[in-house]
Design a binder for this molecule. Structure first.
Ligand SMILES: [Zn+2]
Length: 240
């Protein structure tokens, strides 16, 4: 909460790790401390300078989309789609924009951490290595892709990965492909964090089982509101 990061002495913020964070901290030092204000907290949503009466995901997206003209519609539909699991889609979006705090990025912020991959400890922990090129991730993708019915077992580049989740094919329904890709990225990142912060590690088959559970839960939940999701479960179970 905001109250947790300020007291009567001022803001209690850790060092800014990016230009945007630094700008925010400069702004914060110029406004009245929330702890000294007697009014109730309220949310203010402002998009492109227009105050909004309430939060609107579509308006927020439009605001982003006009700013980021390089974002193709293809990618937009691959990351933000109606039936996506929000926490998976959010992480996928951050990863797609290469904004994940990988060890290489942490190091570039001057944090002095090792740049070695948390999963294999034998390569630089960049986004592309961690999610696609790492031997651990490759083993997970191999299991996932085989389950979906594909003969290829890995992705050479982030671009080829995004193209794969953006384009329809005859092997598996596009929506299932997107849900599985999101869940795989999410679980690889969760595994990386567990290894980094808790020193707990799971094997690729165990991580694959978590992805399987994620997908089953998502389909069971969504099929209550969308009947076509029933056929997705059949597609997901056909290669068990
Ligand atoms: Zn690795």
């Amino acid at each position: 909460m905001v109250a947790d990061i300020c007291d009567e002495n001022g803001w209690r913020l850790r060092g800014a790790r990016s230009l945007a964070a630094e700008s925010l901290q400069i702004h914060l030092t110029g406004i009245i401390l929330p702890s000294l204000c007697q009014d109730d907290d309220v949310f203010h949503w402002v998009i492109d300078g227009d105050p909004m009466p309430h939060y609107s995901a579509s308006r927020t997206w439009e605001g982003r989309a006009t700013k980021q003209s390089t974002v193709s519609l293809l990618v937009q539909h691959s990351v933000w789609f109606k039936m996506a699991t929000p926490r998976h889609a959010f992480l996928m979006w951050i990863a797609h924009n290469d904004r994940m705090p990988t060890r290489v990025r942490l190091s570039s912020w001057g944090l002095g951490t090792s740049t070695s991959c948390c999963l294999c400890d034998s390569a630089l922990e960049t986004r592309d290595h961690l999610f696609l090129g790492c031997e651990i991730s490759e083993q997970i993708w191999k299991l996932v892709l085989r389950r979906l019915g594909y003969t290829h077992s890995a992705f050479m580049t982030w671009t080829s990965f995004i193209e794969w989740i953006s384009l329809k094919d005859s092997t598996t329904p596009l929506i299932l492909k997107k849900l599985v890709a999101h869940a795989t990225i999410y679980n690889i990142w969760a595994e990386r964090n567990k290894r980094m912060h808790q020193e707990i590690s799971s094997t690729p088959p165990t991580i694959y089982k978590l992805i399987d559970h994620n997908i089953r839960d998502t389909i069971l939940e969504k099929k209550k509101i969308k009947k076509s999701f029933k056929t997705l479960m059949l597609s997901w179970l056909r290669n068990v």
